[in-house]
Design a protein around this ligand. Structure first.
Ligand code: GSH
Length: 213
C-alpha cells in the first residue's frame, strides 16, 4: 500500500478478516496471508515480490539503479522478519516479565539495522538511501509504525541506544505516504487485536469500543 501511494497508482483495497478468511481469498493467496495484489486478475503475493513488481512497472523507480546497491537494499528487506520479531518479541508478550525478556533480546537485532543505516548511506537520510523513500523504507515502516504506537504506552526506551533507527522511524512516521497507508481507525483495530490476543500491552490501553461511546 505504501508503494502504491508513493507512486500515485490508482487502486482499490479489500480488507480481509484474517480470523475468517473468505474462500475467494484463500484461492488467490497461497499462504492465506495478506497482502495480495491483483493485477488484471492475476494475483501477486509476498510483499517484496509485489513491491519489486510495482517498482519495475511504474515510475518513479524507488529501488537503486546500481545493481550492487540494489542487491544490498534487497538483502536488508530480507532482514525485515528478523527485525520485526525483535520488536514484536517485546509487545506480543503475555506478561510484564515476558516483555522484559523480549526487551533483553531485541537490541541485538535492532543493532544490526543501526549499523546498516550507518554503512549503507552516503548522506544524512532521512530515509534508508537518502532523501527519497525506497523499498527498504516501505518494508520496515509498518513494523516501526506499530512499535511506535505501543512504545508510546510502554516507554521502554529501547530505541534510545539506536539513534539512527529512532531518527529513521521518526522520519518514516512523519510521512503521510506511510501513515496514510492504514485505515483511519487502524490504532483502534490494533488495540482490539492486542486485547483479543491477550497481550500485556493491550491491558495498558483503554477499550476502543468504550472510548468511542
Ligand atoms: N512474507 C509475507 C508475510 C505476510 C504476513 O505475515 N501477513 C500477515 C498479516 S501482516 C497475515 O496475513 N497473517 C494471517 C495469517 O497468517 O493467517 C509478506 O511479506 O507478504
Amino acid at each position: 500500500m505504501i508503494l502504491l501511494r508513493a507512486k500515485d497508482i490508482e487502486f482499490e483495497v479489500t480488507y480481509i478478516n484474517l480470523q475468517d478468511k473468505p474462500d475467494w481469498f484463500l484461492e488467490i493467496s497461497p499462504h492465506g496471508k495478506v497482502p495480495v495484489l491483483s493485477v488484471d486478475g492475476v494475483p501477486l503475493f509476498e510483499s517484496n515480490a509485489i513491491a519489486e513488481y510495482l517498482d519495475e512497472m511504474v515510475e518513479p523507480h524507488l529501488h537503486p539503479a546500481d545493481p550492487i546497491k540494489r542487491a544490498r537494499n534487497r538483502a536488508w528487506t530480507d532482514f525485515v522478519p528478523d527485525f520485526a520479531k525483535g520488536l514484536s518479541g517485546i509487545y506480543y508478550t503475555k506478561s510484564e516479565e515476558e516483555m522484559q525478556a523480549g526487551l533483553a533480546e531485541a537490541p541485538k537485532r535492532i543493532a544490526k539495522l543501526e549499523e546498516a543505516l550507518g554503512k549503507e548511506r552516503d548522506n544524512d537520510g532521512p530515509y534508508f538511501n537518502g532523501d527519497k523513500l525506497c523499498l527498504v523504507d516501505a518494508a520496515y515502516a509498518p513494523f516501526l509504525q506499530r512499535f511506535a504506537f505501543v512504545e508510546a504506552k510502554l516507554k521502554t526506551g529501547v530505541l534510545n541506544d539506536f539513534p539512527r533507527v529512532q531518527a529513521w522511524s521518526d522520519a518514516l512516521l512523519a510521512s503521510d505516504t506511510i501513515t496514510g497507508s492504514v485505515v483511519s481507525h487502524f490504532n483502534d483495530e490494533f488495540v482490539k487485536s492486542l486485547k483479543r490476543r491477550g497481550f500485556y500491552v493491550g491491558s495498558l490501553f483503554a477499550d476502543p469500543a468504550a472510548a468511542a461511546e
